[in-house]
Structures are given as C-alpha cells and as structure tokens.
Design a protein around this ligand. Structure first.
Ligand code: ZN
Length: 179
C-alpha cells in the first residue's frame, strides 16, 4: 500500500487527470484542480503535514461525485481509509440540489473527525472562490446563498481543528465585507 509522499503524489496525479477539462463553478476561468490543490494544502497545513491519507483524500474528495472514478478503485490504490473519507464527502447526485444541501447539514455532525476537516476545507475554498473585488448582482446573490448554507454545514463540523475553524471564520468575515 502506498504511504506518505507517494500516496499524496499519486492521489494528486489521479485527481488532476480525472478532473481534466472541468472548471470551478464560481470561477469558470479557473481549472477545477485549483480547488483540489487548495483543499489539500489547507488540510496539510492544518495538520502540520502529519496525515498523508487525509491530504490524499483532500485531493480526491470530488472524484466519486464529479468523475468516473469508483470507490473500489480508490480502495485498491489508496486504501480503505482514503476511499471511506472520499465517500463521506460524496453527495447522492440523484437527489435534487436542495435535498443534497439539506443532507449535508443533517449529516455533518455524524461524520468522522477527518471527514469533518475535509468538509470545512472544502467550504473555505468555495467561499473564497465566491469573493470578488467588484461583484455583480448575481455574484453577490450566489455568495450570500452559498454562505448561508456553508455556515450550517460547518457548524456541524467544528471543534476538531481550531486552525481550520478559524480559517473558515476568516473567509466568512472577508465574504461579509465583500457583500
Ligand atoms: Zn470540493
């Protein structure tokens, strides 16, 4: 089984390849892999580089939801813990958006601690991506809508890692002054 730098590097490589051609929803000029790199870096910094599996799961956290990747493939290549963490971060895409959002809020407090960290890092990255210097009306609305929901999800994930909690609060404060 892969460990350490090899585990993280192969996770990054697979994620980059699988998300090829995808853009960030809030910033269509940015490749999707920028979001994955940001989430992985946030997790790595918050845990002082001590949890390679968590960082690998950060790179891979959207592969089940947004690409052809399967849980079996992740288990084989990266192990049960990484695959399980990615699954914890995967919405049931057969449900309508509002219901998926509601489930994320309801399920957040029940998630294992490491999955909560990925959830918060994901929301930090997605809030930051919605902050613009001169937002249009539509961008303002999208930020307000995203923020109201993200705060509810993060409320159920707090208390595992103070640094990550603080980064989310900082992103919310920056968003507030950008609206
Ligand atoms: Zn994500």
């Amino acid at each position: 089984m892969l460990t350490g730098i090899r585990l993280v590097s192969e996770a990054a490589e697979l994620a980059a390849r699988r998300h090829t051609g995808q853009q960030r929803k809030a910033r269509p000029n940015e490749p999707y892999v920028n979001h994955l790199a940001e989430v992985a870096c946030l997790l790595s910094a918050a845990t002082n580089g001590e949890d390679a599996e968590l960082v690998a799961a950060g790179w891979l956290h959207d592969t089940l939801e947004d690409t052809e990747t399967t849980r079996e493939e992740l288990t084989q290549r990266f192990g049960l813990r990484v695959a399980g963490l990615v699954e914890e971060c995967t919405d049931d895409m057969s449900l309508p958006k509002n219901e998926r959002r509601g489930r994320q809020v309801a399920d957040a407090p029940k998630r294992p601690p490491s999955a909560k960290l990925i959830k918060i890092a994901d929301k930090v990255s997605n809030v930051r991506a919605r902050i613009f210097a001169n937002p249009s009306g539509e961008q303002r609305e999208d930020l307000a809508d995203y923020l109201a929901w993200a705060e509810q999800v993060v409320a159920g994930c707090r208390g595992v890692n103070a640094a990550l909690d603080a980064l989310f609060d900082e992103a919310v404060a920056n968003a507030g002054s950008a609206m």
